[in-house]
Design a protein around this ligand. Structure first.
Ligand SMILES: Cc1ncc(COP(=O)(O)O)c(C=O)c1O
Length: 390
């Protein structure tokens, strides 16, 4: 049967589906009637192959403890090989109920309470949450914005490591919300500095399949010495809109690092995963190619749409170039509004629920993150509202 879910213009009513994005505005302090373009899930139906496989599995009617069978790893590896030229080994894999869960496990496995952990703000806010919630301290090597694009201050990166006795770096690659797809040169520099100072790299590559400029390199693919010093976090959840399936594939090539990580996972009480997540992963990576390719082209069109709209209609706003992810980072600092004034206007006048830049770190103040994985008509409506209130 052919793929059916390829109409990305289709508006699907997500209200009253237990959707975090659509159903919890009031509870989260937003006006009831906001248009939500915040949390990173898509307003698109996933591949019909996944839908059908889930229906078939649900119809079986028994949801006992489940584990993966032989094809699972082969399928995951094949996706990594075809899309990222990376061939992981089966023994490296630890499955977890999400990438943020894995970040927390890494913080607990590789640092002690009171230690400092390095991140690069503005960055996906759970990075600092999992550090602080586990009694560790956040140290940020803030990214530098130059000519509409973010860069790493490597001198500051190394200084912060030395000064704060850093043992762990949570790296976002591609970077949410900065939109960077890091080059091999940048990755090597990071890898070398981390090796020099014995800093373990957790590379969160959940956005690896969303690349619009440049090429994503899996951190472990840089070479043996880098591979032995990293944890690679992947998941089909962003790529195929499966966040609530709670499944991610974490690869740890180094035996000792893997052992420590697994010990923390065991200590957390986690054992088997949701069978629906396992089924969805297998089908996504084995039959989702057509859906994936068309979805990527649609999102590319949406990113172009935002760029054109901002250039032609919002003279005081700048769009940071989105090389990767489906999250566009808009710089409103040219409006002269304070971060709080900007939030108030976006939420209460434009009636939009975006992610306020300040939650990504102090250096995110004056920015807003907009999720463009939605029908273009919704995106247009959101941008028109911004135009009207500015
Ligand atoms: C960089 C990054 N990591 C992790 C996640 C969430 O991962 P999970 O839902 O698997 O915990 C997101 C979601 O937006 C993300 O942007």
């Amino acid at each position: 049967m052919a793929e059916r879910n390829l109409d990305f213009d289709k508006i699907i009513d997500r209200r009253n589906t237990r959707s975090l994005k659509y159903d919890f505005a009031k509870r989260r302090g937003m006006p009831e009637d906001v248009l939500p373009l915040w949390v990173a899930d898509m307003d698109f139906e996933t591949s019909s192959y996944i839908q059908d496989a889930l229906i078939e599995r649900v119809n079986h009617g028994i949801f006992g403890y489940s584990e993966v069978q032989t094809p699972y790893f082969e399928i995951v590896r094949n996706w990594m090989k075809i899309h990222h030229n990376w061939i992981p080994e089966e023994k490296w894999l630890i499955k977890t109920p999400g990438v943020v869960f894995a970040l927390a496990m890494a913080v607990r496995a590789y640092t002690e309470a009171g230690d400092s952990v390095l991140i690069q703000q503005p960055v996906y806010y759970p990075f600092s949450e999992v550090i602080e919630d586990n009694g560790r301290k956040v140290v940020s090597n803030d990214l530098i914005l130059e000519n509409n694009s973010y860069h790493i201050d490597f001198e500051d990166f190394e200084n912060k490591i030395v000064k704060n006795n850093i043992k762990l770096f949570l790296f976002c690659s591609p970077h949410n919300p900065a939109g960077r797809v890091w080059t091999v040169e940048e990755l090597r520099k990071i890898g070398d500095i981390c090796l020099k100072h014995n800093v373990i790299v957790v590379s969160d590559e959940i956005h690896q399949d969303f690349v619009f400029r440049g090429k994503h390199t899996v951190f472990a693919n840089l070479g043996e010495k880098y591979q032995q010093n990293c944890i690679i976090c992947t998941s089909p959840s962003k790529t195929f809109n499966l966040a609530s399936m709670l499944i991610s594939n974490i690869f740890i090539p180094n035996t000792q690092l893997r052992r420590k990580f697994r010990k923390e996972v065991d200590a957390s009480g986690m054992s088997q995963l949701n069978v629906l997540g396992l089924v969805a992963t297998e089908i996504a990576y084995s039959k989702g190619e057509e859906w994936y390719c068309k979805m990527i082209e649609y999102i590319r069109g949406n990113i172009d749409f935002v760029r054109n709209f901002v250039e032609n209609n919002l003279p005081k706003v700048k769009m940071i170039e989105t090389e990767g992810t489906y999250l566009v980072w808009l710089d409103f600092r040219g409006t002269g509004l304070s971060a709080d004034e900007l939030d108030a206007i976006i939420i209460h006048k434009a009636k939009l629920w975006l992610d306020s830049g300040k939650i990504f770190g102090k250096c995110g103040e004056g920015f807003q993150r907009i999720n463009v994985a939605c029908p273009q008509s919704i995106l247009k409506e959101a941008l028109e509202r911004i135009k009207n209130v500015l």
